[in-house]
Design a protein around this ligand. Structure first.
Ligand SMILES: [Zn+2]
Length: 125
């Protein structure tokens, strides 16, 4: 590839990464609540021998939030009426974590290209 062609590709990629960076950054610059963890439906049998769940009945179902704290998994029952909100908050949190991970690799990619662009412009004294 010709040198100018290559340089123009680098500039194009740097610009694209800059735009992606701005989009990812915007996710962090709002005040919408986030909630660490995952919300899911827990189905279990209570263990009481006379309960319907012990025979043919369906298991008990409850929505719980699961998160990790100091290496241990914590569970909390989602309060009545909060399921939609907690799901939204946890999905937002997961989006932020994903964006953060992408920012780490994006920075490395961008710095590599910026170094190459600088190298190409360098003159000897
Ligand atoms: Zn039961």
């Amino acid at each position: 590839m010709q040198k100018n062609n290559r340089v123009s590709r680098w500039r194009q990629t740097a610009r694209r990464l800059g735009e992606e960076h701005a989009r990812l950054l915007a996710l962090f610059l709002v005040a919408d609540p986030v909630l660490r963890g995952t919300v899911y439906e827990l189905r279990r049998r209570c263990g009481k021998p006379r309960c319907a769940c012990a025979s043919d009945g369906p298991p008990h179902s409850s929505w719980v939030l699961s998160w990790s704290e100091r290496g241990r998994t914590r569970l909390r029952v989602v309060p009545a009426g909060s399921l939609v909100e907690w799901r939204l908050w946890t999905s937002r949190y997961q989006k932020l974590r994903k964006a953060r991970a992408r920012l780490v690799t994006l920075h490395t990619e961008l710095l590599t290209i910026l170094d190459a662009l600088e190298q190409g412009r360098r003159r000897e004294p």
